[in-house]
Design a protein around this ligand. Structure first.
Ligand SMILES: NC(=O)C1=CN([C@@H]2O[C@H](COP(=O)(O)OP(=O)(O)OC[C@H]3O[C@@H](n4cnc5c(N)ncnc54)[C@H](OP(=O)(O)O)[C@@H]3O)[C@@H](O)[C@H]2O)C=CC1
Ligand SMILES: CC(=O)N[C@@H](CCC(=O)OP(=O)(O)O)C(=O)O
Length: 345
């Protein structure tokens, strides 16, 4: 059995990791941390887990974490910087759900996250945890940096066009909508029921920290050529889910050919579902599941392709993708413990 530790077990991604891992046949949860809930039983705080775990929260301790085979960091930015190296030195592998190791360029990270990079020494070995692109590197990694939720939806939606060289000098548009759980479990005015439940708004319009991450990965898909993209996130009155509406100009194409590009690119991917062209993937069709649902629309008169990309931010956008990476790192069946049918409605 793989011994698992979770740092940040009371947050939304931490408890989603728990929901997935209590059904995973090859893992045993050993440590789950919370500084504010030390000593509280996990199932007292999350009654949906009654009968599945008798663990209690403990404060983060590098020695206890180092006895695990793998440690997930489901924590705010900066926490994995402080602890990951010590945990790695104890022989455990690290899967970080935060943004601490996603950006390869330290000054870029410091600019967007507004703090000093706390672990530049181990950054070069971090592998970006998008299995559809980096599966082979993930299988050999000690340190995996899970992609952000928005970047997962945007990158899976645009990479097939970019890899085909169909995106020449142009400004791509990523118009993305997310639910309130994306902001985490901490109390914030913007997450209050009266603020978010009956409203719809854009935010981060002057620049969101996921933009450099999206640019880094689209550039890699383009073989090192800069890809220009504008990204606007929106907060929608829902709890979970992301719908990315992606616009590109690809004149002179046929929808059948574009569809074929996507179907072939993702033919062997267990968690990317290319719907028939013209479909409308809804966030509820992926709620609770690790699947990204994509659909293409093409306007022959303008040459505009619209790619719709739907994920659950807490599953394919974070905890599910993290477990997918763990399965790859430990040589397990990639979909082990992740074959959830979406929750309806
Ligand atoms: N929510 C989402 O949709 C997504 C989130 N992410 C990323 O995953 C990470 C976790 O997000 P989320 O679950 O939403 O966050 P939450 O705010 O819901 O939870 C944060 C967790 O981290 C713990 N924590 C906070 N500060 C520290 C610290 N200094 N040291 C140790 N533990 C700490 C908290 O417990 P306590 O304070 O009791 O120790 C809590 O359990 C973030 O980096 C986020 O950006 C990534 C993709 C999607
Ligand atoms: C609604 C809301 O606030 N969403 C978050 C989503 C990002 C997130 O969860 O952070 P990661 O970088 O770790 O993926 C935001 O825009 O910051």
């Amino acid at each position: 059995m793989i011994k698992v530790g979770i740092v940040g077990g009371t947050g939304y991604t931490g408890v989603e990791l728990l929901r997935i891992l209590v059904h995973h046949p090859e893992t045993e949860l050993k440590v789950i941390t919370s500084r504010s809930e030390e000593g509280v039983r996990v199932d007292d705080m999350y009654p949906n887990l009654r009968g599945y775990t008798d663990l209690a929260f403990t404060v983060p301790d590098a020695d206890a974490l180092g006895e695990c085979d793998v440690v997930f960091f489901a924590t705010p930015h900066g926490v994995a910087h402080a602890l990951a190296e010590e945990v790695l030195n104890s022989g455990a592998r690290v899967i970080d759900l935060s943004a601490d190791f996603r950006l390869k360029d330290v000054p870029t990270w410091e600019k967007w996250y507004g703090q000093e990079h706390g672990a530049p020494g181990i950054l070069p070995e971090a592998v970006y945890g998008l299995p559809e692109v980096y599966r082979s590197d993930i299988s050999k990694a000690r340190l995996v940096a899970c992609p952000g939720c928005y970047p997962t939806s945007v990158e899976l939606g645009l990479i097939p066009l970019i890899e085909q060289g169909l995106i020449e000098d142009q400004l791509l548009i990523a118009d993305c909508k997310t639910g309130v759980s994306g902001a985490g479990r901490g109390a914030k005015v913007g997450s209050l029921f009266a603020e978010a439940a009956d409203s719809f708004m854009a935010y981060g319009t002057s620049g969101h920290r996921h933009l450099p991450e999206i640019r880094q990965e689209l550039k890699a898909a383009a073989g090192g050529k800069d890809i220009n993209i504008t990204f606007t996130p929106h907060l929608a009155p829902m709890i979970r889910g992301i719908l990315a509406t992606l616009y590109a100009q690809v004149p002179g194409q046929k929808i059948e050919d574009l569809q074929k590009i996507y179907e072939e690119r993702y033919a062997n991917e267990p968690f990317v579902d290319v719907l028939p062209a013209g479909s409308q993937p809804a966030t509820r069709s992926v709620k609770g599941s690790n699947v990204c649902r994509l659909a293409l629309h093409y306007h022959e008169d303008t040459g505009q392709v619209i790619v719709l990309s739907a994920i659950d931010n807490l599953v394919k956008g974070s905890s599910g993708q993290a477990v997918q990476c763990m399965n790859i790192m430990f040589g397990l069946e990639e979909s082990m413990g992740l074959q959830h049918v979406a929750l309806m409605p």
